[in-house]
Design a protein around this ligand. Structure first.
Ligand code: FDA
Length: 277
């Protein structure tokens, strides 16, 4: 598993973040876990993330944090989950960092965007993930743009029915290009902070060309990839002046998390097997 996680504990993730920082690459830290079933568990997750921001601040690391709302008790108590998000956003602001909200299964999109909007009303250092495989995402993006939002665009990792998500990869990729274009147009005017969360190097090359055409400066967007995937490309991109961050997972729940990811989406099996081999 060391291929995908620098270690199980936060300390290992922070050490890895420091090493990336020396190479001019930022990081996003995330503790593995989701769908907690008690308020106490959710509060404990919040407290551990509050501590993570402290340690990021102490070490002056260029690190953000990304959370799953179901890990912060979304299924248990929505109001408390929003309070946790607000507490983390405030803590992030105090440490010069940013709080990202992951996007989970499609049944959570409405509530995730609702909490994101509420957090945005109070904090400007909160970002949310959108998934290009969802048929609804173009409309969601349009509705978020007035907020000049920080958006991490990904293809999407969960197993969704065809009426909800494009079944064909070609359509998912095409939608990604369309959404990326929209984000870049806004970024060129300083009205969005897009992050392209993908390892698809052809896609990234197209985005870079399009950014030049639209007059979006290299600093107007970032590319994020997962720890251990396309490592050489991460460094090569950073060397060319693109802002790159690596998402580092940590935590003891990696085995259950990994097995769920595999069960959810057959494509993820290849994802993992290719790397294990
Ligand atoms: P795609 O799957 O098309 O892969 C493109 C190419 O990249 C492949 O052909 C291969 O060459 C290479 N590649 C991809 N994965 C690889 C691997 N494991 N090993 C080696 N090569 C590989 N999803 C979600 O639903 N909600 C979320 O909040 C997030 N958050 C998130 C953050 C960040 C920073 C990233 C990078 C990704 C996510 N994702 C996510 C996951 C995302 O939805 C998607 O499942 C993966 O990124 C894989 O899709 P790609 O865009 O890389 O393209």
């Amino acid at each position: 598993m060391r291929r995908f996680l620098p270690g199980e504990d936060l300390g290992a993730a922070l050490d890895a973040a420091a090493a990336f920082a020396r190479d001019g690459i930022g990081t996003v830290l995330t503790e593995l876990g989701e769908q907690v079933t008690s308020a106490a568990e959710a509060a404990a997750v919040r407290d551990r993330y509050l501590g993570a921001f402290d340690r990021i601040g102490e070490r002056a690391l260029p690190a953000h944090v990304s959370v799953k709302l179901t890990h912060l008790g979304l299924d248990v108590d929505r109001a408390a989950c929003l309070d946790h998000v607000l507490a983390l956003a405030a803590q992030a602001a105090g440490r010069g960092s940013l709080l990202w909200i992951d996007m989970e299964e499609s049944r959570y999109v409405d509530v995730t965007l609702d909490l994101f909007r509420r957090a945005c009303a109070l904090h400007d250092n909160v970002g949310v993930c959108l998934q290009s495989y969802l048929r609804r995402t173009a409309a969601d993006l349009a509705s978020l743009l007035p907020l000049a939002p920080a958006i991490r665009l990904v293809k999407g990792a969960y197993n969704e029915p065809p009426d909800v998500a494009f079944p064909k990869k070609r359509d998912v990729d095409g939608c990604y290009v369309m959404l990326a274009d929209r984000l870049l147009q806004e970024a060129a005017r300083g009205r969005a902070r897009p992050v392209f969360g993908t390892h698809d190097v052809r896609l990234i090359a197209g985005i870079r060309e399009r950014a030049v055409t639209l007059g979006a400066a290299p600093g107007a967007y970032e590319v994020h990839m997962l720890y251990g995937i396309r490592t050489a490309e991460q460094r090569a991109l950073a060397r060319t002046g693109v802002r790159v961050r690596v998402l580092i997972s940590y935590g003891s729940h990696w085995f259950a998390w990994y097995m769920r990811r595999l069960a959810e989406r057959p494509a993820n099996v290849w994802f993992v097997l290719r790397n294990l081999v």
